[in-house]
Design a protein around this ligand. Structure first.
Ligand code: NI
Length: 172
């Protein structure tokens, strides 16, 4: 397993819609292992494949505090089939350093996809798990959590990010 570099806000790959996974093979298994290690090392609770430079529909997440292996979710080609309710909660993102904001998300989510063995799976989740799932699926669609904030708030955050990310001029 290897820790992968995480792309930071301003990288075009974070803004592209990712492609469906068509084949579950050895390189994909390697990528999944590397993504899990990268997420745990960061540390973070979720990671989308395009955040580590591979624009495919794959996410890993583990909302458990102690990185309990039981809590690990690997989801390929996820699709939201049900989103219900609204709830506010704090979010951050490994690709957006030093920003944490309250975001409104569905309270309950049902997502269908495939596990790392290619078996169909359905995740029915509420609260934090639903929040992480939606945050990561957003990534796969090129959407960042700050896009879910008000225009005014987003403007302030972009200003802050310009200061934080001193090198170059990210394509805001
Ligand atoms: Ni994120």
């Amino acid at each position: 397993m290897a820790k992968l570099p995480i792309l930071i806000y301003g990288s075009p790959l974070l803004r592209q819609k990712t492609k469906e996974v068509e084949r579950i093979d050895e390189p994909l298994q390697q990528l999944i292992d590397d993504m899990v290690e990268t997420m745990y090392t960061a540390p973070g609770v979720g990671l989308a494949a395009n955040q580590v430079g591979t624009p495919i529909r794959l996410l890993v997440m583990n909302p458990s505090e102690e990185k309990d292996p039981e809590g690990l979710i690997v989801l390929i080609n996820p699709e939201i089939v049900l989103a219900e309710g609204e709830v506010m909660g704090e979010e951050g993102c490994l690709s957006i350093p030093e920003v944490r904001e309250q975001v409104i998300r569905p309270h309950h989510l049902v997502v269908r996809g495939y596990d790392r063995e290619g078996r169909e799976m359905e995740v029915s989740a509420s609260d934090l798990v639903a929040r992480i799932l939606q945050h990561e699926i957003d990534h796969l669609d090129g959407i960042l959590f700050i896009d879910r904030l008000s225009t005014a708030k987003k403007g302030l955050i972009k200003q802050k990010l310009r200061k934080t990310l001193k090198e170059g001029t990210p394509p805001f």
